[in-house]
Design a protein around this ligand. Structure first.
Ligand SMILES: NC(=O)CC[C@H](N)C(=O)O
Length: 394
């Protein structure tokens, strides 16, 4: 029987998980992974493969991922497809129940792996309806809750979702960044061989600022020929210059670029003024744009998936002007292309909605892209960006 004190419908029999929206909407399903509850923003991801990489990408901190692909978890988990060992997605929503893993690389079972990582899963929800809801209403704040006993205080969960301040204005990078300097050695992954070791003398030195980086970025920098030192998000200009970088890389990361920018942008601006070559990806791209004088803002709904078309624009591409790259994306904030000051050229834009996807600073070796050229998951059309950056440092 429904609780007379609650305006909500009774909890359906067999429900062990609930997705509770700030506006009072509730969707029930079958819980897996960790038991408990978490509050964050709900987003959807359209990738058909790579759920383990998505669930370990630190840029998803503070978010719950609704996978539009219906069969998630069926190739299990392994030790290699990990993008970060820090906090990342709070949990995920999947259409079908997770089946036993069937893949020669599987070392573990997805629900057990989720539980070990403290991530909550809900299976059996109408992920198409959820995705439509996000597309129509924008990204909502939600609580994801899992209780094997099926007991939920819905009023309290609605209040928790409604009381969360949201991603806007949040700096999450400090919480997911490495705490000390770290040399990076692993290169490109090859089936049966794992992550290769870097080779070759005289590799240019890239100092990579970790705002919540995906490890595949560092692997790609190594693959392109760099020697990489990773440093924490709050590392200052003098400490960076003390490492004698040939170039500085600005990583992806969670949260609002404007909030993270309070401590990161002055450092990036000083590097820019000193003509240090810079390459930024996603959050790093957004903060490079802020340092150059542009503005960023929250998108009505973000871009998350492995098939986003991005076009080369801006007049400096020669024969490849207009070429389309199919890219991996994960962002909910964007650089406002109308605010690019003189001396900042738009180099790429989204063919889905025209938003800015790349900038270059005129007269400097400094550029950034909104998308993820390191893929993982996703296509590798854009590896040339790592070669372009590392090549410019030689
Ligand atoms: N992948 C990222 O670096 C994401 C950047 C930023 N947190 C956003 O959501 O737009």
């Amino acid at each position: 029987m429904a609780d007379p004190a609650s305006s909500h419908a009774p909890i359906p029999q067999g429900a062990t998980a609930a997705l509770v929206f700030a506006d009072g909407h509730v969707a029930y399903g079958r819980g897996f992974g960790a038991v408990g509850e978490a509050v964050g923003e709900l987003c959807f991801n359209t990738s058909m493969t790579g759920y383990q990489e998505v669930m370990t990408d630190p840029s998803y901190a503070g978010q719950v991922v609704c996978f539009t692909f219906p069969h998630i978890g069926n190739v299990g988990t392994n030790e290699e497809d990990v993008e970060g060992k820090v906090d990342s997605a709070l949990g995920c929503i999947v259409r079908e129940d997770v089946t036993d893993p069937s893949n020669f690389r599987a070392m573990g079972d997805f629900p057990e792996w989720m539980a070990a990582k403290g991530k909550i899963g809900i299976a059996g929800l109408d992920t198409r309806a959820l995705t439509r809801r996000i597309r129509i209403q924008g990204a909502p704040n939600v609580v994801i809750a899992h209780d094997p006993g099926g007991k939920f205080d819905i009023d309290a969960l609605v209040a928790k979702a409604a009381g969360w301040s949201g991603l806007e204005g949040l700096d999450l990078a400090k919480g997911v960044s490495r705490k000390g300097h770290e040399g990076w050695n692993g290169g490109h992954w090859v089936l049966g061989e794992g992550y290769g070791a870097p080779s070759g003398e005289g590799r240019p030195h890239v100092v990579a600022i970790d705002y919540g980086a995906k490890d595949n970025i560092f692997r790609n920098l190594v693959r392109a020929g760099a020697r990489v030192t990773v440093v924490p998000a709050e590392t200052g200009y003098d400490e960076i210059m003390g490492l004698k970088p040939d170039g500085v890389f600005l990583s992806n990361g969670p949260g609002d670029p404007a909030a993270t920018g309070i401590y990161a942008v002055p450092v990036i601006k000083a590097l820019l003024d000193a003509d240090v070559p810079l390459f930024g990806i996603c959050l790093g791209h957004q903060m490079l744009a802020l340092a150059a004088g542009a503005k960023t803002g929250k998108m009505f709904q973000g871009h998350r998936g492995a098939n986003h078309p991005v076009q080369r624009v801006g007049g400096n591409w020669g024969e490849t002007e207009g070429l389309v790259e199919i890219t991996s994306m994960n962002h909910g904030f964007a650089v406002d292309g109308d605010t690019l000051p003189e001396g900042v050229v738009e180099t790429h834009k989204s063919l889905f909605d025209g938003t800015n996807c790349g900038i270059a600073i005129t007269g400097k070796k400094a550029f950034g892209v909104q998308y993820h050229p390191e893929a993982s998951p996703g296509p590798q059309d854009s590896f040339y960006l790592f070669e372009k950056f590392v090549g410019a440092l030689r």
